[in-house]
Design a binder for this molecule. Structure first.
Ligand code: ATP
Length: 405
């Protein structure tokens, strides 16, 4: 029907298409409501509806070109492991979207892990199950394996401090092994590092999260899981997490150079004293850690295996923050294809004035997305505000069907 009424389609800046319709067109006979006609590109919003069975004489609307690869079908294809990070401003629905994605993957037969890297976790609340222990917990009520983990930096720091105080080096070694950093234990084990945690350096929470991520990426214990979903902390924390491997890589590089300089100074000193110069060990362990960091860093940037999904709500503040987040992710070369606009008020059927005004504000905010150079090219997924609490597997399945299409 759209093709009969179509006057022109033209490409305009921002990877948008301008569709101009030139006739009255009858209201679609199927269940598509009058205010929305679905074109194959994306939804085309009609401005007003003058008569019950017609749409206005001329409809000028813009539609974003949808990357066909940015659909849910594409997310489930293939047995090879994929990583999905869900992030955005506080309270927009990151946890609900991450948990519902994990449930949907499991429902499609993918053994899945969902991990919260947010120190203020809400994954337990979302699944209505206690996940606070810092270990993988099986989620009940699903046919395929779904495990959840809340990374608990406070518990990790406490364990580290206690083990360091109790047993000097040996328990620290066990602890570092558990965190996937066993190779460093020999070097640092007897330094009573636990005492450092009385004044933890900035970024330690993220470092603990990264070490856990490295463990999951590398350990054969987790190799059966083909989808890993991360529920990340609000924006600033997450950007620190993603850039940490780079920072650590640079720091390790500096430590290695310093060690080499010390080694060559020691060797010169010994030869001046007439002693035979000893062959210095290459700092293998630091090099290995550096390689592991590089692997994690590359993984965050590999569009074949990783995607960062931005979650937002239709408010000016949230959209501005999403725009800045996308700019930062682009700078870090982290792949982003879709933006979830969550908690959209459906049109009021009861004539509620507050709802109508609020929805108008939301629609204006959504228009901002279409004109934002950072966000306009993403696949925009609109998810309504629903009248039930998104809590427990059945509610997450319901949410998943709204968001992950
Ligand atoms: N589409 C929706 N409809 C109704 N309620 C929703 C929707 N999305 C999220 N919520 C509710 O909003 C609240 C916040 O959601 P959620 O915890 O997923 O956000 P978050 O971004 O992870 O928050 P935080 O930054 O605090 O971790 C929860 O009570 C959740 O049930």
């Amino acid at each position: 029907m759209l093709s009969r009424c179509l006057r022109s389609i033209s490409r305009i800046p921002g990877n948008l298409i301008l569709i101009t319709l030139s006739h009255y067109i009858p209201k679609p006979q199927n269940n598509i409501p009058c205010h929305r006609i679905t074109a194959s590109l994306t939804s085309v919003s009609v401005l007003t509806c003058k008569r019950p069975n017609t749409v206005p004489l001329q409809v000028r609307s813009v539609a974003t070109i949808v990357d066909p690869a940015a659909r849910f079908d594409e997310m489930v294809i293939g047995p090879q492991r994929k990583y999905y990070f869900l992030g955005g401003k506080g309270g927009v629905g990151k946890t609900s979207c991450a948990a519902s994605l994990a449930v949907k993957f499991a429902d499609h037969g993918h053994p899945t892990i969902v991990i919260s890297t947010d120190p203020a976790h809400s994954l337990s609340d979302s699944f209505a199950q206690d996940l606070a222990g810092g270990d993988l917990v099986p989620i009940e009520g699903l046919n395929s394996p779904l495990f959840a983990l809340e990374i608990n930096p406070e518990k990790a720091k406490e364990d580290f401090r206690t083990s360091s105080q109790k047993n000097g080096g040996s328990a620290v070694k066990d602890f570092m092994n558990n965190m996937g950093l066993g190779m460093l234990a020999d070097q640092f084990g007897d330094l009573k590092l636990g005492e450092l945690l009385d004044t933890p350096p900035p970024g330690l929470d993220e470092a603990i999260a990264i070490s856990k991520v490295m463990q999951i990426v590398e350990s054969s214990q987790y190799s059966m899981f083909s989808r890993i979903v991360f529920d990340t902390a609000p924006t600033g924390h997450t950007l620190r997490l993603l850039s940490l491997p780079d920072i650590l890589d640079a720091s390790i590089g500096k430590i290695m150079k310093f060690k080499q300089k010390l080694a060559s100074a020691a060797s010169t000193f010994k030869s001046v004293l007439g002693k035979a110069a000893e062959q210095q060990d290459v700092p293998d362990k630091l090099q290995q850690l550096r390689e592991r960091m590089t692997k994690v860093r590359d993984l965050f940037r590999d569009s074949n295996s990783t995607e960062f999904v931005i979650v937002t709500i239709p408010s000016v503040m949230a959209i501005n923050e999403s725009s800045r987040l996308h700019a930062s992710l682009r700078k870090e070369c982290v792949p982003v294809h879709r933006l979830i606009v969550n908690q959209i008020l459906p049109p009021s059927v009861s004539g509620c004035k507050f709802c109508t005004t609020k929805r108008k504000d939301q629609m204006r905010a959504i228009d901002m997305i279409r004109n934002d150079p950072e966000l306009a090219n993403l696949r925009i997924i609109e998810a309504d505000l629903v009248d039930l609490e998104i809590r427990g597997v059945p509610a997450l399945k319901f949410m998943g069907d709204i968001v992950w299409r």
